[in-house]
Ligand binder design. Sequence first.
Ligand code: IMP
Length: 440
Amino acid sequence: MPAKTAVVLGAQWGDEGKGKIVDVLADRFSVVARYAGGHNAGHTVIIGGKKFVLQLIPCGVLRPDCIGVIGNGVVLDPVAFLQEVARLREMGIHPDGKLFVSNRAHVILPYHRMIELAAENAPGRMKIGTTSRGIGPAYEDKMKRGGLRVVDMLNSALLRTHIQNACHEKNTIARALFGADPLDANKMYNEYARIAEQLAPYVTDTGVLLNQALRAGKSILFEGAQGTLLDIDHGTYPFVTSSSATAGGASIGTGIGPTNIGTVIGVTKAYITRVGEGPFPTEIHDSIGEALRARGQEYGAVTGRPRRCGWVDLPLLRYSNQINGAEWLVVTKLDVLDDLETIPVCTGYKIDGKVTDVIPADVRGLESIEPIYKNLKGWRQSTEGITDPSKLPTAAQEYLRFLEAESCARIGMISTGPDRAQTMWTPEFTAALNNMAVAR
Ligand code: IMP
């Protein structure tokens, strides 16, 4: 029997609407665990007209019976974490006793943000268009074995030595390379020692917690952050984030073995978007792109930056489903296409005059792609409020069937609005989740 676990992740460059989908699915899971990224993510959930934007805390905490876990693969800004907890409390959600942070997660400190801002703005450096949250430099420290983990932060002697040594190193580098002002190590230590005390009640060995939950027959939903094409290994490098956003990251970033991943659910919008720099073969540069941005409210949940909009890119979607082993596809924001007469979908590429659907590893290759489009018929009627996929306009059903046939994954859910209620399930997906015998 497959493990009662599912990974939900973005099929493109993030912002696919995972927050809402995880929130809807969390109703059937005991635990929701984040496995990668940090407070660069912005997961928007609307419940009964109330808007929650979660950056670090898994969407599961919005469900009364669900436990939220921040896994070891996440980089944790403790200030952002405590602010988010406070915001949740103000909105009547009390996460104490149901929200846990891995003692092995790495900590983002102020010098990570300092280095990132200085590097992004330095003349002659390639700009990635990051979220300026210190994510990349914190993962750099982790990989070079110079990071501070949550467990180390709770040890005040270790915290003091770490901050002193790191500030000395980072201040020297930032001054030499970018002319940045130095940070005060003593002030930082005092602040973070206080923060450590507030963080301590949430900290545990989440790998043990999750494995015990599995053994007890509980179900776990792994909540991806960012998206497949922002993955450090498989994304459009170097225009990527610094973590493993793909399905494999769920195992590494939580301590659950790969054989315990039950299924993988990729989320894509009915069109696609990207925020920040980097290649985007099907980007729309005319007024249709602007109309999609306006109707889909395509502005970053974290930074407020306008998102670039484009048509569904099937070679990239197939690539994403292959890397993730995605069995299911969730299509969000179908209603944003309601007014269109025709909807182009990219079915292949021409690179240097040759037809291919192989994704080039070289970013310059991606930039020189000429997409090949198939025009599908629009439905020109409202899909809002429809709760049964078979009641969708015929052209909308055909559009979805085409995506399903070409993407190598079955469509499980369709979303036509931001609220929990504006979600349709296909009968096969409902049956598959029921077969997983998901139990709290
Ligand atoms: P970083 O993760 O802040 O280092 O940013 C690296 C790249 O990932 C930039 O292009 C960001 O815009 C993008 N990015 C990071 N997090 C998200 C997200 O949650 N949604 C969409 N793009 C993101």
